[in-house]
Ligand binder design. Structure first.
Ligand code: AMP
Length: 556
């Protein structure tokens, strides 16, 4: 297949390191835990678990609790508020103490010229004066990015660091089009960003062509860094190139447009597993068959693993664990074939990386070198698919408890319930009751949106309530306001469209139940799903729709 040798070569550069890491996976994990304990056993958080002062592996395993992010939020907020000192910084979306060292330990190298769409957000200052920045912003400012990865990215660093995402996207795409023959791969962290990029291209290709044709940058690009960087790239009128791009974009069908615009492109590199798999069909369509490479499995805490078979089918990707990025433990998850997150349940005590078994499902617990060394439950369910030397390989199965997901947002069942509970309060004075709800992530258009289904009734009769548009729109606002920081910042940045609330007539949720029962659900155990995955189920509720309402176009 075209591009296979180049891709292999890229990955082979790291082969020696990889062999060492995976052959010594068990020893490296032991050393990692020892180092974590040596450095952090005296911290306020950890020391209480070692009352005898003996911070060894055994005591760590028996005494240190496994927590979820919600459990540690108060501690991290205390750091942010300056009540405890730390050498760390954290991002407000999901504040995880992270140090430059721990971050740089987890990075992988690459070669070639890429059109990598990376974006920044403003840093925030916590009340105690610590800098809190979104992960990608933190990343683009690290030395590892500036000195190593930036060499392979076409986008000038100034365009990546520009805080206005629209100007940044325009300039990055303009750079990519002006240097179209250099682009060997197209990249973003998550596939959702590429979906947004394609939408942006649809909206702006005429203007991009105009810039190329005239040699003048659009005057709404006012960011000094962008202007400066673009003045070195957009140096002259190029009507031939503008004509060519125009011809490609004027085509009725945009099937394969990525390949046409960037003829030397060999692959698209972006996480396409987990909730990002919803974008695979779109990228396959626009890519015209270019391989989709899902490179790594990364979280704010650490780089968990990398994909050693970059050309594998995006639905079959396995990640090989990197034993030097964090200390990993694995909680077995009882998963009945094809079951949903709600049906999973963790059992047993956690096992080490050395003791995971082929074919079983686990949830990862990660303890990092950075900051407080908290053992955080990732909520990700992984299935062991094999071993590379002594390092296990996993397929990402699902994120437990996440019911709605668009772009980087992950809204859990609890988030949704809390938001709906807040919103329905304003219906009460009108004697209106919410009797059932469900939802789904609608990514049929870009940017996608969350859709809620509500079945409403009058408290004292079975009549359908009169739906006042203003009040229902207010419900949408309250739901959106109740969602977390990540949702709101993506919504404000235009990556998520306004929430849609569909009111359905009485009995619609009974029909939904009939549907699930016909598919084998047991009546006695039936719970209306708070999120719908099946097209058929969505159709059933849509057919009972009596009104739809939207959140505001933009969120302030
Ligand atoms: P965050 O900690 O906010 O950076 O998000 C990390 C989460 O993103 C992980 O716990 C996964 O749920 C998800 N994630 C990261 N990389 C991948 C991947 N390669 N495939 C699927 N999900 C991923």
């Amino acid at each position: 297949m075209a591009g296979e040798s180049e891709i292999k070569e890229t990955y082979e550069n790291g082969t020696k390191i990889l062999e060492d890491l995976t052959n010594n996976a068990h020893e490296l994990q032991e050393q990692m835990l020892e180092e974590i304990l040596r450095r952090n056993a005296g911290t306020q958080y950890l020391s209480r678990f070692f009352p005898s002062g003996q911070a060894d592996k055994q005591n760590f395993k028996t005494n240190v609790p496994i927590v979820t992010y919600e459990d540690i939020k108060p501690y991290i907020e205390r750091i942010a508020n300056g009540e405890t000192s730390s050498g760390t910084s954290g991002g407000q979306q999901k504040l995880i103490p992270i140090t430059t060292e721990s971050f740089e330990k987890g990075c992988v190298s690459d070669e070639g010229k890429s059109l990598s769409l990376y974006f920044s957000k403003p840093d925030m200052e916590t009340p105690s004066g610590l800098v809190a920045s979104p992960y990608m912003t933190f990343y683009s400012k690290t030395n590892i990015f500036k000195t190593r990865l930036a060499k392979f990215c076409l986008s000038p660093i100034e365009t990546i660091l520009c805080l206005d995402n629209k100007q940044s996207m325009f300039c990055q795409l303009l750079t990519g089009l002006l240097q179209r023959d250099k682009v060997v791969w197209l990249a973003s962290n998550f596939a959702s960003v590429l979906a947004r990029t394609i939408k942006f291209l649809e909206d702006y290709w005429r203007e991009l062509c105009c810039n190329i044709r005239t040699g003048y940058l659009s005057d709404w690009i006012i960011d000094p860094g962008c202007k400066n960087a673009m003045s070195l790239i957009l140096t002259r009128p190029n009507p031939e190139l503008a004509d060519l791009i125009q011809q490609i974009c004027e085509d009725q069908s945009w099937e394969g447009v990525i390949k046409k615009l960037w003829p030397k492109i060999k692959y698209i590199r972006s996480v396409c597993t987990g909730s990002m798999s919803q974008y695979i069909p779109l990228l396959e369509f626009y890519g015209g068959g270019i391989p989709l490479v899902s490179p790594s499995y990364v979280s704010s805490e650490a780089c968990f693993g990398i994909n050693l078979k970059p050309l594998s089918n995006p639905f079959d990707v396995s990640y090989t664990f990197l034993p030097n990025t964090a200390y990993f433990e694995f909680l077995r998850v009882n998963k009945d074939g094809g079951g949903k997150a709600q049906e999973t349940r963790t059992i047993d005590k956690p096992v080490d990386l050395a003791n995971v078994k082929l074919g079983q499902y686990y949830e990862v617990v990660v303890t990092t070198l950075a900051g407080r060394s908290i053992s955080i439950q990732s909520r990700d369910v992984l299935k062991v698919t094999g071993f590379y030397n002594k390092s296990p390989q996993f397929q990402f199965v699902e994120r437990q408890n996440v019911v709605l997901s668009i772009d980087a947002d992950k809204t859990t069942e609890e988030d949704l319930l809390k938001a709906i509970t807040n919103a329905k309060l304003i219906l009460e004075p009108f004697g209106i009751m919410l009797t059932a709800y469900s939802s789904y992530s609608d990514t049929s258009s870009t940017p996608g949106r969350y859709v809620l289904f509500w079945e409403l009734k009058m408290k004292d009769s079975n009549d359908l309530p009169k739906l006042d548009v203003k009040i229902m729109e207010q419900c949408c606002c309250i739901v959106e306001e109740s969602f977390d920081f990540t949702y709101k910042s993506l919504r404000k940045g235009g990556a998520i469209s306004g929430l849609e609330l569909r009111v359905v007539k009485r009995g619609s949720f009974d029909e939904l139940m009939d549907f699930y029962i016909s598919k084998g659900a047991s009546i006695s155990q039936y719970k209306p799903p708070c999120c719908l995955k099946s097209e058929e189920a969505i159709k059933i509720l849509n057919s009972g729709m009596v009104g739809k309402f939207f959140g505001p176009k933009t969120m302030s």
